[in-house]
Design a protein around this ligand. Structure first.
Ligand code: KG4
Ligand code: ZN
Length: 326
């Protein structure tokens, strides 16, 4: 089965081709245009998707040595995400599906993230896992019971952890996206200097909350005009990382599950990786290209859905986003 996957939920324009669970070609274009605005501008994001989708599709077809007529189905992210961005991808996918007279498969972006680990590790890893999904839009802990059964254990009640990095970076006068900026500035900083809160670590739920942490940072800067940016960045990063590590560890212990998986853009953070290693548990990181938003995971899950004839999964994702009805 040759599946074309399309991902446009936020600011990555992605197209990939999957055949028999192998990615033949993919191109995931980050929209750097948002950098100058300090965050993603939804209207610009959707226009960029519209502009680049046809070119990127041609590129991946050429790389796979395939034609449009070789495609068997189109898989497209239909939610959750920025509405305009999703619409750009879905409209493009619908056009292709109608023009080529092939099926279109709606894909939940979160379910695709949970499945991205199988692209690389295939059958060599077996559920159950605890999956920590950490991105600019999400901070969630999932229990993956089987290849198609997932349950949400907890999620952020306000800001996502990536957002905490992004907003912290802005507060410190740094660029967007904030995660890599804070990580860079943390180097050489003393992470023990400021005891920023580790929100909700003693709460019995698996939920997170990062908006108070951002306020703590703002208050610290207001009160200490001669602060050391390196120390502040290192301490702030440490508070986010500790919170994630403590919650993942608790979920793994509570459910007696010995494998943890980290995905989402924040998984790039080296301090997070270092502290997870210190847990002395089996923690898997998909390659970064599969951690961040990508069309590979959309095409891959599309093929799985066709082969298992399942449109429904173990969880009703409509609670998180209805998605665009195709
Ligand atoms: O998954 P992703 O590429 O896009 C979505 O949000 O869906 O994640 C982007 C987020 C941003 O908030 C960015 O600041 C964060 O991931 N990020 C990092 C690092 N690299 C990217 N956060 C911490 N440390 C990093 N090295
Ligand atoms: Zn994502």
């Amino acid at each position: 089965m040759i599946i074309l996957g399309i991902e446009t939920s936020c600011d990555e324009t992605g197209v990939a081709i999957c055949d028999n669970y192998k990615i033949l070609a993919s191109y995931n274009k980050t929209q750097y245009i948002h950098k100058k605005y300090g965050g993603v501008v939804p209207e610009i994001a959707s226009r960029e998707h519209e502009k680049f989708l046809p070119q990127i599709t041609k590129r991946v077809l050429k790389e796979s040595k395939l034609n449009y007529s070789d495609l068997d189905a189109i898989a497209v992210t239909n939610g959750p995400g920025l509405m305009g961005s999703l619409l750009s991808g879905v409209s493009f996918a619908k056009g292709l599906s109608q023009g080529l007279n092939i099926p279109i498969i709606p894909i939940n972006h979160l379910e695709a993230h949970l499945n991205s680990v199988f692209i690389e590790f295939g059958d060599s890893i077996k559920p159950p896992f605890i999956n920590l999904l950490v991105s600019g839009g999400h901070t969630q802990l999932w229990i993956v019971q089987s290849n198609s059964k997932y349950n949400l254990l907890g999620e952020t009640l306000d800001d996502a952890c990536g957002e905490a990095f992004d907003k912290g970076s802005k507060t410190l006068g740094l660029d967007y996206p904030g995660g890599p900026e804070i990580e860079k500035l943390s180097k050489g900083g003393n992470h023990k200097l400021i005891d920023f809160p580790r929100p909700m670590i003693h709460h019995k739920s698996y939920n997170f909350s990062f908006s108070g942490l951002k306020t703590a940072l703002i208050n610290y800067i207001k009160k200490n005009d001669k602060y050391s940016p390196n120390d502040v960045a290192a301490s702030y990063q440490e508070a986010i990382v500790d919170t994630l590590v403590i919650k993942l560890n608790k979920a793994m212990d509570d459910f007696k599950i010995d494998t943890g998986i980290i995905c989402g853009g924040v998984a790039a953070n080296k301090r997070l990786r270092e502290k997870l290693k210190q847990l002395d548990k089996k923690i898997l990181f998909p390659s970064l290209k599969y951690c961040t938003d990508n069309a590979d995971m959309i095409a891959f899950l599309g093929e799985k859905k066709i082969n298992t004839k399942s449109v429904k999964t173990g969880i009703d994702f409509s609670a998180y986003s209805r998605g665009i009805v195709l």
